[in-house]
Design a protein around this ligand. Structure first.
Ligand SMILES: NC(=O)c1ccc[n+]([C@@H]2O[C@H](COP(=O)([O-])OP(=O)(O)OC[C@H]3O[C@@H](n4cnc5c(N)ncnc54)[C@H](O)[C@@H]3O)[C@@H](O)[C@H]2O)c1
Length: 369
């Protein structure tokens, strides 16, 4: 396994500077399908970017459409995906509907010749993801997945620190993403929340895990786990733990990365100091008086807090999607990146159903194309 993932494509450099100035129109129409909790954030960003002539907000639910019309009077609304599909002035669409609907909706949009951004996770299975990728390639359309954290300044900083060797060799990563709610109806907590951590970890590691194990429990709905713990086993003796929960009294978004040189804590809930780099570590020396014994030396050095210029990750993601559609370039979080995350989730689900054993992560056939 261990295929190298391309961490950052050259087409992403525009994200740091911001491509679109107010008043610069680049696309005809973009539709947002799904106006529940997350879709309105897309509407807001697309409206603020002034990157297209029309933004069309689509939802089956009349109340949700009315809410958007109230907030953004200039936006057109539609109750029907079919209407969006038949509208030739719409170049691209964002799919922000429940996960089980991603595949059928994205498929129809791609078949109609529109570029598509599908919210995370890309699909309910690796096979569905592969079909979407194949279709997007055949149609010559962009397929992007909403791995929002890969556009966040602190996560980009983590990636930079690791690739510069600041932490040394990575020993382990431990991530916690917990809160009270929001329960999803069609997927468990791993497919909902761990998707973020898996996408971050794959980006930081630059390779796929060989195998995954997962334990979880459901307390409110049968077989829909509301708490779960995943282990991602990487080559080179690296392990990543991902603990996710919809049933936690506190909102926690914390990732600890322990390396041979330094250790780091990324706390996404901290408004000012999201990353702390600890010059702490352990060195080990053979204790020669007693053959076979070792002496541990602990280093308690300084803590550094790098300055991070933050912009809303979804805004960067939105700019990147529009850029890729207008220039026909491959997104940083393309269909393949969506498939990789889904492959890890699939292995985790298999492990969960079989009592938590280690399950190999299947390499997508799309890796070799
Ligand atoms: N990237 C992120 O950080 C992030 C954050 C939250 C949610 N999400 C993702 O966004 C997606 C939506 O999540 P949510 O919490 O907003 O869900 P939600 O249930 O609150 O909203 C989904 C909306 O889709 C609408 N819908 C369903 N089928 C439709 C169809 N065929 N045509 C038109 N509208 C339809 C529903 O009426 C509903 O209003 C999920 O994939 C979720 O994983 C991503």
């Amino acid at each position: 396994m261990n295929q190298n993932l391309s961490i950052e494509s050259s087409s992403n450099s525009h994200m740091r500077n911001g491509l679109f100035r107010d008043g610069q129109t680049t696309l005809n129409g973009i539709a947002v399908i799904g106006l529940g909790y997350w879709g309105p954030n897309w509407i807001r960003n697309l409206s603020q970017l002034h990157c297209c002539n029309r933004v069309i907000a689509c939802d089956l639910d009349a109340e949700r459409r009315a809410r958007i019309s109230g907030l953004f009077p200039a936006i057109d609304t539609s109750s029907s995906l079919g209407e969006v599909i038949e509208d030739s002035s719409i170049d691209a669409a964002v799919v922000a509907t429940p996960v089980s609907t991603h595949y059928p909706i994205a498929r129809r949009l791609l078949e109609a010749g529109k570029s598509v951004l599908v919210e995370k996770p890309l699909a309910m299975s690796r096979t569905q993801g592969e079909e979407l990728l194949k279709l997007s390639r055949a149609q010559g359309q962009v397929l992007m997945v909403g791995h929002t954290f890969e556009y966040s300044a602190p996560v980009l900083k983590l990636s930079e620190l690791i690739s510069q060797g600041e932490l040394g060799e990575i020993f382990y990563i431990s991530s916690v993403r917990a809160n009270l709610g929001l329960f999803q109806h069609d997927v468990n907590v791993a497919w909902d929340l761990a998707t973020h951590d898996i996408s971050i970890i794959l980006m930081l590691m630059g390779r796929m895990p060989d195998a995954v194990s997962c334990q979880g429990r459901s307390h409110y709905r049968s077989e829909v786990e509301d708490v779960a713990m995943l282990e991602l086993h990487f080559s080179g003796n690296v392990i990543a733990f991902v603990h996710v929960s919809w049933l936690d009294p506190n909102k926690i978004r914390r990732t600890t990365i322990v390396g041979s040189r330094k250790m780091l804590v990324y706390d996404d809930t901290d408004p000012q100091e999201k990353i702390r780099i600890y010059d702490k570590g352990v060195s080990i020396q053979r204790y020669y008086d007693t053959y076979g014994d070792f002496q541990f030396a602990y280093r308690y050095g300084d803590v550094r807090i790098p300055r991070i210029e933050e912009t809303e990750p979804l805004r960067r993601e939105c700019e990147h999607f529009v850029h890729c559609v207008t220039t026909s370039s491959t997104p940083k979080t393309d269909g393949l990146s969506g498939i990789r995350v889904v492959s890890v989730l699939e292995a985790a689900s298999q492990s969960l159903r079989s009592g938590g054993g280690l399950v190999p992560v299947i390499k997508s056939e799309a890796e070799s194309i």
